[in-house]
Design a protein around this ligand. Structure first.
Ligand SMILES: C[S@@+](CC[C@H](N)C(=O)[O-])C[C@H]1O[C@@H](n2cnc3c(N)ncnc32)[C@H](O)[C@@H]1O
Length: 200
């Protein structure tokens, strides 16, 4: 098992403030998408949710949002922030690779941000299958994939648009795919937004 597949790797980063991914708020690409073209409301899963800013944002917009992370520090912080804001967002400590066992066909939607790039790239096929299995038939998958680039030892492990299409297309219909206008400045031109539906 590679180091990134273990909660201890991520807990260590949280504890020594090595969380360079932390935005302190929801992802701009998510906010812009939901404000302009909100996906149908319902139960939404956010794998690798970190401190849960996106989960709280989704809950504030009427989604029944549930964040998953296997790092204890992340879930504790996410719950504390939600309690402080009186957010309806909920959080569960869970390895995303076993979500399909506990949540088959359970979600109307999934939001993905900076989780796909955090897992061992060898497990990407497994990730796609988990997302497919936790979504109900016709459920939506919204993602802002980052980093779209060629180099980097990771995490974050880079990816290409072609790879994402190749991995998801057998089970998802891509309805929209575009470079989000507003991204985090240091991630500029490295994000790719996808809205897809589970087909089978
Ligand atoms: C780069 S951080 C991003 C966190 C959050 N998405 C954000 O944007 O702030 C990746 C997160 O994924 C979590 N993670 C990585 N592998 C995981 C797994 N197999 N199951 C659950 N969480 C995982 C890590 O603990 C970490 O919180």
């Amino acid at each position: 098992m590679t180091a990134v597949s273990s909660p201890a790797f991520w807990e260590d980063l949280y504890q020594r403030h090595g969380d360079g991914w932390e935005l302190g708020g929801p992802a701009p690409a998510l906010v812009d998408f939901v404000e302009a073209t909100p996906p149908p409301r319902g139960r939404v899963a956010v794998p690798g949710c970190g401190r849960g800013h996106d989960v709280r944002y989704l809950a504030s917009r009427g989604y029944d949002a549930l964040g998953f992370d296997f790092a204890d520090d992340a879930i504790r912080a996410a719950r504390a922030l939600a309690a402080r804001e009186g957010s309806a967002a909920t959080f569960e400590r869970h390895d995303l690779f076993t979500l399909d066992r506990d949540y088959p066909n359970a979600f109307d939607g999934v939001w993905e941000y900076t989780c796909f790039c955090a897992i061992d790239p060898a497990r990407r096929p497994e990730y796609v299958q988990v997302i497919r299995r936790i979504l109900r038939p016709g459920g939506w998958f919204l993602a802002s994939f980052y980093p779209i680039r060629r180099t980097g030892g990771g995490p974050p492990f880079p990816m290409s648009r072609a790879e994402i299409r190749r991995r998801f297309a057998p089970w998802f219909r891509f309805e929209r795919a575009f470079a989000p206008l507003r991204t985090v400045p240091r991630r500029s031109a490295q994000e790719w937004m996808v809205f897809a539906r589970k087909t089978c």
